[in-house]
Design a protein around this ligand. Structure first.
Ligand code: WT7
Length: 676
């Protein structure tokens, strides 16, 4: 198109932005669109009668023991009840019904250990193993309603353990294996779990790493702490490492399963029976136990997995690289794919062991057709260079997914071109631990995708962007992301703390769910996520709380005060940067480069021990003062300027405006930084 009269103003001529946007929008191919599970009419069906739409999905995608008659009860808002008079079992839906339908020989899981060992698990195998595990849990005294903590690496047993809990109606709480003994202790205590499932260890970066010692430490008596509620610990043998053994408490998983029958009748539970609790960082120091229930969660996990990834269970090989310790692993490794009868890859290790092409090698080997991963991983692979994936046959890939943080357009374009062969649609999926399943995403056969934007709410979901007064912003405007209608897989609360649930999500805007994310709407009405607007950081797609890390730092004897910010980082999205004031007698320790490096190492290790390696600050800067307002609030915005090497912004509201000069002057020299 040409503009014949460049002086006629912008109204009739395409703006540069529009042109750019046109070339940067990728409609689905006619072939993909014709065969896609989700067609454009899905939006119309959903908006014609939202509740009837969800009821239809729940009947079609999930098998009920007792059919439900009521779709949504919102009278107890903001705690929803979906399909509440129906009963069902999640493990039956994920496993048995596929066997009953004649698909017992279908591969459920292609397991690949980091050392290269493999295991193929069919749906029939899974049914037997989950049944054995369910019987073993019952034999160990676990009853319907009891909480079980799962602290495992990425193994077939992790999936089996979760499903075994679901089979007997015992809510599981998976704690990511990278969390410390202290973090495990507080989660076990908050959930009042009676049993922990763990392993001797797993393989990571070419070597066995231990897991059981952290469990022993977490359950050991501790001064000032209540005695643990845990009676039994089931231990998976993975690495042949020696483990300490507590007689009467510890039981080998393989022995318990060997003694158990492979016949087990799944326990039908009410739709609102708790399926799991998953802890996530909030704005305060104490992690929140996000509670999900059974019927609505399974419905939306299956619905989104089928439509967003266009899953064809007979022919696709699906791979989600997330760990089961995060919500992505719950919804898109365990429940969504298995309820849909998918065949998937499960990989224990890291992308660069034993070489940087490991992921691409796995895609070639198993002919993976759907890949779901995080922007951090994409950016890391991008840094390693095109020739690494270029050395493998990735032509089986037909849908690519992204999750966890905003994906920058450069990484999006690289993902599309180098991994997707310029043809596989990319679905950028926005959701949260709290939402349980995907909320905002393109539909791969319908939406013309745009690099960097998650675009539109899925059929059945209502999302918008509002300003400070809760008014929807016009196209082109920015504000806060909110969800305006309840959805089936929404959290039902924070474990043991209903008030905090209301306060955190429902008090900012009357009647609207506040997600904590900033967002804007472009001229087409598409949504772009802009990152957190609260004190939550997003590092490699993992949520970390600034307050939690600050508490960990000040619990160290040499620290007087600490302030933590998330600074922009090319690979991890954000990186943790800490500013600390040392206590009087230790203040001099950071005055030489060696001293500063030593202090930094001590404090990083301390945070690793208190929370886990993922929370270790990338940089720790020792400073004489912290910038505070007259009311004593730390101005993190100014610290972020320092951490991101920018000129410091407006500091006029500081109680003492010279503080920033003191900080920046002092930083010219010693404090070292670290990368691991
Ligand atoms: C936060 C939720 C959802 C599973 C993994 C993270 C950010 C998530 C996107 C996306 C931009 C995203 C948000 C959200 N986020 N997906 N596609 N684009 N931001 O789950 O730990 O509960 O974190 O992750 O900030 O609030 P989570």
């Amino acid at each position: 198109m040409t503009d014949t009269n460049p002086t006629s103003g912008s109204a009739s001529s395409p703006s540069l932005e529009n042109l750019l946007h046109e070339t940067r929008s990728f409609p689905p191919s006619a072939e993909f669109a014709a065969q896609a599970n989700a067609q454009a009419d899905l939006y119309e069906k959903a908006s014609a009668d939202r509740l009837e739409f969800w009821a239809g999905q729940a009947r079609e995608l999930v098998t009920w023991k007792t059919p439900f008659t009521e779709t949504l009860d919102w009278s107890g808002a903001p705690v929803a009840r979906w399909f509440a008079d129906g009963t069902l079992n999640a493990a039956y839906n994920a496993v048995d019904r596929h066997v009953e339908a004649g698909h017992g020989d279908r591969v459920a899981i292609h397991f690949e250990g980091e050392p290269g060992d493999t295991r193929t698990v069919t749906y029939a195998d899974l049914q037997q193993e989950v049944s054995r595990a369910a019987n073993a849990l019952t034999a160990l005294g676990v009853q319907t309603g009891d909480r079980v903590v799962i602290y495992l690496p990425m193994l077939v047993e992790s999936v089996v353990a979760m499903l075994a809990c679901a089979r007997i109606g015992a809510p599981h709480s998976v704690v990511f294996g990278g969390f410390s003994a202290d973090a495990l202790r507080s989660r076990v205590a908050d959930a009042e779990a009676t049993l922990v499932i763990t392993a001797d260890g797993g393989y990571r970066r070419g070597a066995p790493s231990a897991l059981k010692p952290a469990v022993d430490e977490a359950l050991a008596p501790k001064e000032g702490a209540d005695p643990t509620t845990v009676r039994k610990v089931l231990v998976v043998r993975r690495t042949e490492q020696d483990v300490d053994w507590v007689e009467g408490r510890d039981v080998w998983w393989h022995e318990a399963l060997a003694e158990a029958s492979d016949q087990h009748e799944p326990v039908a539970v009410e739709a609102e029976h708790p399926l799991f609790i998953l802890y996530t960082s909030g704005t305060t120091g104490k992690p929140k136990g996000i509670l999900h229930t059974t019927g609505g969660y399974l419905t939306q996990a299956a619905y989104t997995h089928r439509n967003v990834f266009d899953l064809k269970p007979e022919t696709d090989v699906y791979w989600c690289t997330a760990d089961v310790g995060w919500v992505t692993g719950h919804s898109y490794v365990v429940y969504g794919p298995l309820v849909n009868g998918a065949t998937q890859v499960l990989y224990e290790g890291t992308p660069d062991t034993p070489h940087r092409g490991r992921w691409w090698e796995l895609i070639e080997k198993y002919k993976v057709s759907i890949l779901y991963t995080a922007p951090t991983a994409i950016r890391t692979c991008m840094k390693w260079g095109d020739d690494i994936p270029g050395g493998f046959d990735l032509s089986s890939l037909r849908v690519l997914g992204s999750v966890g943080e905003p994906i920058n357009p450069e990484a999006w374009m690289w993902y599309r071109r180098v991994i997707g062969g310029d043809k596989a649609p990319i679905v950028d999926t926005w959701w949260q631990t709290e939402t349980g399943a995907i909320m905002i995403s393109p539909l791969p056969g319908v939406t013309a995708t745009k690099p960097g934007s998650a675009q539109v709410a899925l059929p059945g979901i209502a999302a918008t962007v509002v300003d400070d007064e809760a008014q929807p912003v016009p196209d082109g405007g920015g504000g806060y992301l909110v969800l305006t209608e309840p959805w089936p897989s929404m959290l039902r609360g924070i474990w043991g703390d209903l008030e905090r649930y209301k306060e955190t999500y429902w008090s900012r805007f009357e009647g609207l769910y506040f997600a904590g994310d900033g967002a804007k709407k472009d001229e087409d009405g598409d949504i772009w996520l802009l990152g957190r607007v609260d004190d939550v950081m997003n590092v490699s797609g993992h949520r970390l709380s600034t307050t939690e890390i600050e508490s960990a730092l000040v619990s160290h004897e040499i620290v007087a005060e600490a302030a933590v910010v998330g600074a922009a980082d090319d690979t991890t999205g954000q990186a943790v940067v800490a500013f600390v004031i040392l206590r009087g007698s230790h203040a001099g320790r950071a005055s030489t480069p060696e001293g500063a490096a030593e202090v930094q190492k001590e404090l990083r290790d301390h945070v690793g021990k208190e929370i886990g390696p993922i929370a270790k600050p990338k940089k720790i800067l020792v400073v004489p003062e912290l910038p505070k307002t007259r009311s004593g609030k730390i101005m993190r915005r100014l610290l972020r300027d320092v951490a991101e090497d920018r000129a410091v912004g407006d500091a006029t509201t500081l109680a003492d405006s010279s503080v920033m000069d003191l900080i920046t002057a002092g930083l010219a020299a010693p404090s070292a930084s670290s990368e691991d």
